[in-house]
Design a protein around this ligand. Structure first.
Ligand SMILES: NC(=O)c1ccc[n+]([C@@H]2O[C@H](COP(=O)([O-])OP(=O)(O)OC[C@H]3O[C@@H](n4cnc5c(N)ncnc54)[C@H](O)[C@@H]3O)[C@@H](O)[C@H]2O)c1
Ligand SMILES: N[C@H](C(=O)O)[C@H](O)COP(=O)(O)O
Length: 340
């Protein structure tokens, strides 16, 4: 049983929720967390005959049925229009997350899948320091560190279980949503050690990789060119990797990021740790946009998400691609099946 938060109401999240229900029996029991009126409106706008089944408190969701979308209701604060952000609905978006987290923590849901939210409008509404689902979940679950990892659909399982093709990729991030000029200072040896331990452990726990091999990117061009193009590799990354290798972790690097992402260097690698958002994610999205999922590692609950954002330009048009949400739901169901 998965809780699907509908994300930014002006974006494509509500569209995708009703499209999922209309498109056939999903790979798990899915309950949307959002505004039932908005979902009904969006289904009508898209010409989809989806029945919105608002669940009463304590009511069990029905068995999955094509064309029926069960909903845990969270009311909008203000009417939502496709493509038009409204700060008034920021608290609605955060409340959907709280409801889903609570459902996971109380055992009413086995995991959560998130449709995209809009970080800017949540910040504009005054939620200072909000950086995304990943850190919101970290704080709500009371853990010190989590890792954002995106994986293409062909890399959702262990390599041993059939990881075909050179586009199969898992990319984790050492830093997430912060200005580029702050990235270098955010990368410290203790932090890298914590992140790599989580990545190693969760590749084993969720993805069935018995002995993970992780390739680590350098931060600077050519991994610092021996200190001539930056010292972070020598002063921070290499000491962190050496300490972890002594504990038995299989780590390559730090490697120049441009050539690390080539088939020869990725051979036998279970995941790549990129130092920052736009070092790793463009490669991942080039390899699999629309059929990849985002997973938060290090949490005491299952959370997956789509590989895309709110796509305000597509909301209400019927042109949003459902592919990544399907992958995220299937992956969350599989992870939940493995048990937290
Ligand atoms: N999981 C999340 O909550 C998440 C992920 C990424 C971005 N975001 C947020 O989304 C907002 C917009 O970000 P952005 O403009 O950089 O990225 P975006 O993914 O929303 O849009 C980038 C481009 O991809 C297209 N696109 C996105 N999803 C699509 C889909 N399902 N089908 C077809 N085309 C699709 C859009 O139309 C647009 O042309 C930002 O606030 C960002 O922080 C949220
Ligand atoms: N960096 C992600 C992406 O580009 O797909 C994304 O913004 C998601 O962030 P959260 O899952 O932390 O909201």
């Amino acid at each position: 049983m998965l809780a699907l938060t509908c994300g930014e109401p002006a974006g494509i999240g509500p569209d995708l929720a009703v499209m999922l229900a209309a498109g056939g029996v999903p790979p798990a029991r899915v309950v949307a967390v959002g505004d039932p009126v908005l979902l009904a409106e969006r289904a009508t706008l898209l010409g989809l005959g989806v029945e919105i089944h608002t669940l009463a408190p304590g009511e069990s969701p029905p068995l999955p049925r094509r064309g029926v979308l069960p909903v845990w209701p969270v009311a909008l604060r203000s009417a939502a229009h496709p493509g038009c952000l409204d700060v008034a609905n920021a608290d609605h978006v955060l409340e959907t997350l709280d409801v889903a987290i609570d459902a996971c923590q109380r055992g009413r849901a086995d995991g959560m899948v998130t449709a995209p939210l809009h970080k800017g409008v949540i910040l504009d509404a005054g939620h200072v320091g909000f950086t995304g689902h990943t850190e919101y979940l970290r704080d709500a679950c009371g853990v010190q560190e989590v890792v954002m990892m995106l994986a293409t659909d062909s890399a959702l399982h262990a390599r041993e279980a059939g990881w075909p093709g050179e586009t199969a990729l898992r990319v984790a991030l050492a830093t997430t949503h912060l200005p580029l000029r702050e990235v270098a200072d955010a990368i410290t040896a203790p932090r890298l050690e914590r992140l790599l331990r989580i990545l190693h452990a969760d590749l084993q726990r969720w993805f069935g990789v018995s002995a993970p091999r992780i390739a680590v990117c350098g931060l600077n061009p050519h991994a610092g060119e021996g200190g001539h193009l930056g010292r972070e590799e020598l002063d921070v990354i290499i000491p962190a990797l050496e300490g972890l290798r002594a504990e038995g972790l299989a780590l390559d690097g730090p490697l120049p990021a441009d050539t690390l992402f080539t088939p020869r260097h990725l051979e036998g690698v279970d995941a790549v740790l990129a130092m920052y958002h736009d070092q790793g994610l463009p490669v991942l999205k080039y390899a699999g946009f629309g059929r990849a999922a985002n997973i938060t590692l290090g949490l005491p609950l299952v959370r997956t998400s789509v590989d895309h954002g709110t796509a305000l330009d597509l909301a209400g048009t019927g042109r949003a691609d459902l592919g990544s949400l399907r992958v995220a739901v299937a992956l969350a169901a599989e992870m939940a099946g493995r048990g937290v």
